[in-house]
Design a protein around this ligand. Structure first.
Ligand code: 4NP
Length: 156
């Protein structure tokens, strides 16, 4: 049985597709690819149908991480039923996700950096232009999530 993870941000073109591709890659490097089903969505309708932002594509290429093809979609109430983990990037995402889901009775909604032991938001590179800082946060959150789900990876 796969654990189903949905990453969510405002537009679904910068941060959540970055997290989708990054977690897919990190899971593969740990031999866990088959254990996860990973997707991403937006809280807004702004970018529906659009591919990942050029900054996300460029950063992934720089890091040698394959881009998972994706077109922006908006999160639905049905996603709350389908997914085990709905992971937002910032506090505004969490508020909007909770509104779309009609609450969080099953405690499935998380902020990404909580898996890295932080209350911080993942800054939105749509506004900051800093895809490097966003990538560092995304990796920290994804590594923490994998540690929590499957146990810490072996470190020399
Ligand atoms: P994202 O960034 O939430 O990380 O995908 C944004 C993308 C688009 C917009 C805002 C944030 N927008 O307003 O269109």
């Amino acid at each position: 049985m796969q654990i189903k993870v949905l990453f969510i941000c405002l537009g679904n073109i910068c941060r959540s597709p970055l997290a989708q591709s990054t977690l897919t890659y990190l899971a593969q490097t740990r031999g866990l690819a088959d254990c996860l089903y990973i997707n991403s969505a937006a809280t807004s309708r702004e970018e529906i149908g659009n591919p990942p932002h050029r900054g996300t594509v460029t950063k992934l290429r720089q890091e040698g991480i394959p881009l998972i093809p994706h077109r922006a979609v908006q999160m639905t109430k049905a996603d709350y039923v389908e997914y085990d983990y709905l992971i937002g990037m910032d506090s505004a995402n969490i508020r909007n996700m909770t509104r779309i889901a009609g609450g969080d009775p099953e405690h499935k909604i998380y902020k990404l950096l909580s898996f890295a032991g932080s209350d911080r938001d993942v800054a939105d590179p749509w506004y900051t232009g800093d895809f490097d800082a966003t990538y560092r946060d995304v990796v920290a959150g994804c590594e923490g999530l994998l540690d929590e789900l499957f146990g810490p990876k072996y470190k020399e």
